[in-house]
Design a protein around this ligand. Structure first.
Ligand code: GLN
Length: 476
């Protein structure tokens, strides 16, 4: 039993071939058979089966069913699900339970989704390999010696290895798109302001967005339709409805831009660059307008991202003081308690970023770092405005390499940071971006390309991506 899409699954439910209970049992068994991947920190087996039985009864009694009826969803361990543990992959929150539902969770449940468990991730969503989780690394299901990417590694592997149908992750600088790329699935980061962040543990609040992992574009689009939209608990959410229909999409004409600087960058693996460039030529031959656009800021974007996000993180993470949340290391003096708790229960990478952020925000350094990084961000925003007055979409690589080996980059934080070169652009500018699986590398690992559109233009982003996937399939 494996379901190609929510649509197929619903057809099988309606004609009685399967039940939600069958589906939950199938995924629970798969999770048990794949424990070694370490994708889930917790599985809600009993609850999910109970929910499935309720949904089966509801459907069989002829009551109208929700748009995500019986759809089995996993949640990255940074999204609040009331009454369930929420740890952000960190020891500091090990005993913490969510006291309310994230808006996305409320909306999933209102459409009859079944939440199957809490997924492993890099601590506080900081990382690109899932090796920064306090609860051990996640293994890539395509090759267990390789990382799944990060920070939403567990959520990506869960979809890759058929442990759930779709997952929700978070993407501050690529944490949905890069692991999706490393695992050969679809990873969507919506526009900033498309999805409520209420109930998402904050990392860099002006960058964070909840994103979606799925096996295909239409499932990702359907989940986006449900979780997006205005929310009284997050004033940054835009009042705009998203509805996906790809009818007639093949007739549409698109203008696509690419920055040659991205495909010619020395960090990009030669074989990845070659296959992506061949794909661009193939698109051009298929009658799609794809043309180069000058871009000379590539080497500024990773530094700008790490300055601004660590600055925001140092402030966001100040709430974990051993008093208000989670565990603590008791001491006589309050200052000692805070120091001891944070030193003992935050991992190394989180401590590094808090210190970096505190440093760039400090008097005497603020202008040299934060103000400069904000300038870069503003220039990028202007660039995006001018580019999208001419094109419908931009194509980028997703990551300079395919999934690397566990431990390979762990000793060099700067090298790990630099590998975010292609994903942080969309977060700095707030535009929507999706990574789509297209190719296989000679090392056996999957990879694809990243497609970006203008702010709130997920509809053309996803219809075009669907089209690119089908052009690639036809080519094979
Ligand atoms: N790899 C990036 C980082 O470590 C992305 C993180 C994210 O998107 N949450 O900051």
């Amino acid at each position: 039993m494996s379901f190609h899409s929510v649509k197929d699954y619903h057809a099988l439910l309606v004609n009685g071939t399967v039940t939600c209970t069958d589906a939950v049992s199938f995924y629970i068994q798969n999770i048990k058979d794949n424990r070694h991947l370490n994708a889930f920190l917790e599985v809600y087996e009993v609850e999910a089966l109970e929910q499935a039985a309720l949904l089966d009864a509801k459907r069989q009694s002829g009551k109208p069913i929700g748009k995500l009826h019986g759809v089995i969803v996993g949640l990255k361990d940074v999204i609040s699900y009331k009454g369930h543990a929420l740890s952000a992959g960190s020891h500091i929150l090990e005993n913490f339970q969510a006291v309310y539902n994230a808006t996305v969770v409320e909306r999933l449940l209102a459409e009859d989704a079944i939440i199957i468990g809490r997924q492993n991730c890099d601590e506080f969503a900081m990382g690109s390999s899932n090796e920064n989780s306090a609860f051990g690394p996640v293994l890539n299901a395509a090759d267990n010696s390789r990382v799944p990417g990060g920070s939403s590694g567990g959520s990506a592997v869960a979809v890759q290895a058929d442990l759930c149908m779709v997952s929700l992750g978070s993407d501050t600088g690529g944490s949905v798109r890069q692991p999706a790329d490393f695992c050969g699935i679809v990873g969507l980061k919506p526009s900033y302001g498309r999805v409520s962040r209420y109930g998402l543990i904050a990392y860099g609040s002006s960058f964070d967005q909840i994103g979606i992992f799925a096996k295909n574009i239409s499932d990702a689009a359907l989940v986006l339709e449900i979780i997006s939209g205005k929310d009284e608990y997050d004033s940054t959410v835009v009042d705009a409805h998203f509805h996906y229909t790809n009818e007639n999409s093949t007739d549409e004409t698109y203008r696509i831009g690419y920055f040659p600087a991205t495909f010619d960058h020395p960090s990009l693996d030669g074989e990845i660059a070659r296959q992506q460039k061949d794909f661009i030529s193939h698109l051009q031959k298929s009658g799609i307008t794809v043309f180069p656009i000058d871009f000379d800021l590539l080497d500024y974007i990773v530094p700008a991202y790490y300055i601004l996000t660590t600055a925001e993180a140092s402030s966001n993470l100040s709430r974990y003081d051993g008093i208000k949340y989670g565990v603590n290391q008791p001491a006589k003096e309050i200052d000692d308690q805070i120091n001891l708790t944070r030193s003992k229960f935050f991992g190394k990478e989180v401590q590094r970023r808090i210190m970096l952020g505190t440093f760039v925000l400090s008097e005497g350094y603020y202008d040299a770092y934060v103000t400069q990084a904000q300038r870069v961000r503003n220039i990028l925003l202007k660039k995006v405005q001018s580019v999208f007055s001419d094109v419908d979409a931009i194509i980028f690589p997703v990551s300079p390499t395919t999934a690397f080996r566990i431990g390979e980059k762990n000793n060099d934080p700067v090298e790990m940071f630099l590998a975010d070169i292609y994903t942080v652009f969309a977060n700095l500018t707030g535009i929507p971006a999706v990574s789509i699986p297209l190719f296989k590398h000679s090392d056996g690992m999957p990879f694809g390309v990243q497609v970006m559109a203008s702010h709130l233009n997920e509809l053309s982003l996803l219809t075009l991506s669907e089209k690119l996937l089908s052009i690639n399939r036809a080519k094979e």
